[in-house]
Ligand binder design. Structure first.
Ligand code: ATP
Ligand code: MG
Length: 439
């Protein structure tokens, strides 16, 4: 992509409304713009990262055997009356009426709708287990929308729903999602810590939240200090063993958020010198709630004995749009964002130091063509503007590799290659620079 043809409205100053670094950088790097409180438009750069995160989440759901569907954002209120949640959900639910005066709502989650789909389609234990997911916008009229996409009112969520014939098999479905979450966050360059959680208005008994440790997180975390190492993205984790033992391995070490924290448990499970109190961002939440929805909504199947029984269910959410904020909180410096390669909007930022110089521009154009032909995602700063401004923008955007070409280097047959994360700069021949990028 040529920057001269792109839509990248970067800001030089820190926007005063942004209290935390991820919000500041997302606005400054021209990734999002606020439409109104807690509701954002996604500009090309932000959308590109959102799509990459979405795709990794999708691939890991598919790998775990979940099936993608797409449910609407607008739902009929009647389904929620059936489950009994229409009144319980309170003011967070955006309630609307259509032209016929029928009550509708903008979905804050989809248990009711997916249970209804299941109830109308599946009749026998032979068709189980099933896990259906979608990645769709949600609306919750949060009391205090803040921190940009971290606590929005409209936000993008992956939500999956498992259906099983009995408790044992639904536990296996739960474990499969649990491990799939660890893998998903790993691929995003994050290591999330699973913590026992409250089930809230969704109900049920078994639930874990996945948190990324970050000073700006909204949750207070109490955990064993072993998690510092265990949750480091560079630590080796084997996800190949049997599911229950992986889950046991992660849940046997104490970790709880303020909601679930009990000082006595903390003190009896964690030696004093290992007790850690810090903050975290909730990026995922999984629930097992048995027959809470299947019973009132008539989602029953015939079991082996020929009896009609309600199915056991679980639901599994990942905050896809919140993850952008969480990743930036975990990976940035004073100059801007440092994207992990897997989700970087571009792999290479190509900087033409002197757009007025014909030779320089020719060399840059050629390289841009070459990289594009090799299917490398390149952001090419071909603008006729100051070098200093170009360096600043490229650092802010956080592309992992910068290739800088100027008239002086050209004369000596070298380009400068900068690693955004380490800050390391090298003057290399073009061939050497390309081979360093694996090309
Ligand atoms: P929170 O405790 O942060 O309010 P929640 O427990 O109500 O979240 P869930 O119903 O578990 O949220 O939703 C699944 C995931 O969706 C959460 O783990 C979080 O990552 C994301 N999420 C929830 N609310 C928001 C929001 N207002 N803005 C952005 N992401 C959100
Ligand atoms: Mg939650």
């Amino acid at each position: 992509m040529r920057l001269s043809a792109y839509f990248l409205p970067t800001l030089k100053e820190n926007p005063s409304e942004a209290q935390i670094v991820s919000h500041r950088y997302m606005l400054r790097a021209g990734m999002i713009r606020q439409a109104t409180s807690g509701i954002y438009s996604w500009l090309p750069l932000g959308l590109k990262v959102l799509r990459k995160i979405e795709q990794i989440v999708r691939e890991e759901q598919n790998r775990a055997g979940a099936l993608e569907i797409l449910m609407p954002t607008i739902q009929p209120a009647d389904l929620w009356r059936k489950s009994g949640r229409y009144d319980d959900y309170g003011k967070e639910m955006l309630r609307i009426q259509d032209r016929h005066g029928r009550d509708m709502l903008y979905g804050p989650t989809n248990e009711e709708l997916v249970t209804d789909i299941f109830a109308n389609s599946v009749k026998s234990y032979k068709d189980l287990p099933k896990n259906l997911y979608h990645i769709q916008w949600k609306f919750r009229d949060e009391v205090r929308p803040r921190f940009g996409v971290m606590r929005g009112r409209e936000f993008f969520m992956k939500d999956a729903y498992s259906f099983d014939i009995d408790f044992e098999s639904s536990k296996a479905s739960y474990n499969r999602m649990f491990v799939s979450y660890l893998r998903t966050f790993d691929r995003l360059g994050l290591r999330a810590i699973p913590m026992v959680a409250d089930t809230g208005p969704i109900g049920g008994k078994l639930s874990h939240e996945f948190l990324i440790l970050a000073d700006t997180g909204e949750s207070e975390v109490f955990c064993h200090s072993d998690f510092i190492e265990k949750s480091s993205p560079s630590a080796d984790v084997d996800y190949s063993g049997d599911l229950q033992s992986i889950v046991d391995d992660w849940t046997s070490i104490y970790a709880a958020t303020d909601e679930m924290h009990v000082q006595e448990d903390f003190e009896s499970s964690v030696p004093e010198n290992k007790r850690m109190q810090c903050r975290g961002i909730e990026v995922g939440h999984i629930f097992h709630f048995g027959t809470k929805y299947s019973e009132p909504m008539g989602a029953t199947v015939l079991n082996k004995e020929g009896q009609n029984v309600p199915v056991f269910m679980g639901s599994y959410g990942i905050g896809v749009s919140r993850l952008l904020g969480a990743i930036i909180e975990a990976s940035h410096d004073e100059n801007g964002i440092i994207w992990p390669e897997a989700i970087a909007p571009y792999k290479v930022g190509l900087i033409n130091l002197k757009a007025k110089d014909e030779d320089c521009t020719k060399a840059c154009d050629d390289l841009y063509q070459k990289l594009s032909n090799a299917n490398v995602d390149v952001l090419y700063d071909d603008r006729d503007t100051s070098a200093g401004g170009k360096f600043k923008d490229m650092d802010l955007i956080g592309v992992p590799w910068q290739m800088v070409i100027g008239p002086r280097g050209l004369k000596n047959g070298v380009v400068e290659l900068k690693n955004r994360k380490t800050g390391e700069k090298e003057e290399l021949s073009l061939e050497a620079a390309l081979s360093k990028l694996g090309l």
